[in-house]
Design a protein around this ligand. Structure first.
Ligand code: UDP
Length: 427
């Protein structure tokens, strides 16, 4: 049986060192970092390859013991629009191949690429190194294009074709949920044997109902730390501000709630944590304007992206987290919130149907009609006992997701892929 000692993980367009919650950095960054750390703890070295975007970053940086971030020169040393990145793939792939060539042959035992662009480089490296390619799509262009929000730009044909190329060449495709696995089979004609479903995780030491050192659920303490009033209901949105995530639905639902129950104006607060992303319309300025137009500006608080340790306090402080996305391959925010004991009201799309237990740890809403969200949110806020029960269930459900399980499943899949490759080579 071949031993698995070193993995090359590829994330071309967003660095594992970036702060998630703005620009192109989100759940995928969290996934890559958390899995790499768990793999290193299990004795597997991980080299994370990403495009160099700053002169101040060293060519190689240690992220954690056993985990290196390798910055590959490909294009200008600054953020590039994602649409420009395909033009830099040749340079990126050369840099990746050169890094391996500087070592003894057989330096990497397996490649794990994330997002379709990385899959292009992974495909070339697989051919050159003769090792298996495992690929995670994270989002699928065909699925995204079928659920476009108003103001969203469709994903280009080049991406659809690129995704197809990766499906055709990868040894294994990792899907976040059974839904995504089925989309890979039906929309991209992936071989059922090729597709493996692996649930993402949550950092269960950070996302807990109690803050470290606190004995009791720290709703009140978290609010004090964040400067939030203790006596208002708090609804929370966390994530990149882009049309696909539909933060506008929450703002519109807030206006609808106040229209139905004017007393809520002084009793409800909406917190939006995250920064702008993508080319769509829902940038914070536009959201601020929307809130003003709808007469709820004084009820909405916008916060810049923050590290997960602080984010945990936002979840703890909230009564309900709202995730009204048009499309979501999984939705880490939903699970993190539940792990902190905060129920989630989410759109019944993609991975959110797995992330939230409808009617138990939260509520799934069909469609994106603000009035529907307003009704569900009002019903929950008016039923504190139900909300408390949901909160306990949410904590239980959230605690079932851990990055350890994700890393262990991936390692099983890596071992199978490496074993098959070795057998094929000796046949
Ligand atoms: N996040 C963060 N700080 C913020 C906002 C978000 O660290 O201020 C993280 C959050 O904890 C989550 C990720 O960004 O792990 C977002 O992942 P999700 O799957 O919800 O959405 P994606 O960005 O992948 O579309």
């Amino acid at each position: 049986m071949s031993r698995l000692a070193r993995v090359a993980t590829i994330s071309v367009h967003t660095s594992p060192l970036d702060q998630p919650g703005t620009g192109d950095a989100g759940g995928m960054n969290v996934y890559i970092v958390e899995v790499a750390k768990r793999m290193a703890e299990r004795g597997i070295e991980v080299d994370l390859f990403t495009r160099a975007t700053s002169r101040t970053l060293p060519p190689v940086a240690e992220l954690a013991p056993g985990v290196l971030v390798r910055h590959v020169s490909a294009g200008p040393l600054e953020e590039l629009d994602k649409s420009e990145l395909p033009n830099q793939m040749c340079a990126f792939t050369s840099g990746l191949l050169r890094t391996e060539a500087a070592h003894e042959p057989g330096h990497y035992d397996l490649i794990h690429s994330h997002y379709w662009l990385s899959g292009q480089a992974g495909h070339a490296a697989r051919m050159r190194w003769g090792v298996p390619l495992v690929h995670s799509m994270h989002t699928l262009a065909k699925v995204k294009n079928a659920a476009l929000a108003d103001g969203d730009t469709p994903e280009p044909l080049g991406r659809v074709l690129g995704e197809q190329r990766v499906v055709d060449s990868a040894d294994r495709l990792i899907a976040n949920t059974a839904d995504e696995a089925s989309q890979l089979r039906t929309l991209y004609d992936a071989d059922p044997q090729q597709v493996e479903t692996v649930l993402p995780g949550v950092d269960l030491t950070t996302f807990t109902p109690e803050a470290p050192g606190e004995a009791k659920p720290s709703h009140v303490e978290a609010r004090r730390r964040l400067g939030l009033p203790p006596d208002r209901s708090v609804l929370l949105f966390v994530g990149r501000i882009q049309p696909l995530k539909a933060p506008d639905v929450l703002i519109r639902a807030t206006a609808a709630m106040v229209e139905r129950e004017p007393r809520l104006r002084d009793r409800l607060l909406v917190a939006v944590v995250g920064g702008p992303s993508g080319s769509g319309r829902s940038r914070p300025r536009e959201l601020v304007e929307l809130a003003a137009r709808l007469g709820v500006a004084d009820m909405v608080r916008f916060e810049p992206p923050c590290p997960q340790s602080e984010l945990a306090d936002w979840y703890r402080a909230a009564d309900i987290t709202v995730v009204p996305s048009h499309s979501e391959s999984f939705g880490l925010v939903a699970v993190e919130s539940q792990a902190c004991g905060t129920p989630v009201v989410a759109a019944a799309v993609g991975g959110l149907k797995t992330a939230v237990r409808d009617g138990v740890s939260g509520v799934l809403v069909r469609g994106h009609e603000p009035a529907d969200y307003a009704r569900v949110l009002l019903d929950l806020l008016d039923a504190p006992r139900r909300l408390r029960r949901m909160s306990a269930e949410a904590a239980r459900h959230g605690a079932a997701f851990g990055w350890e399980a994700t890393a262990d499943r991936l390692l099983e899949i890596y071992a199978k892929a490496v074993g098959e490759r070795a057998m094929a080579a000796s046949a």
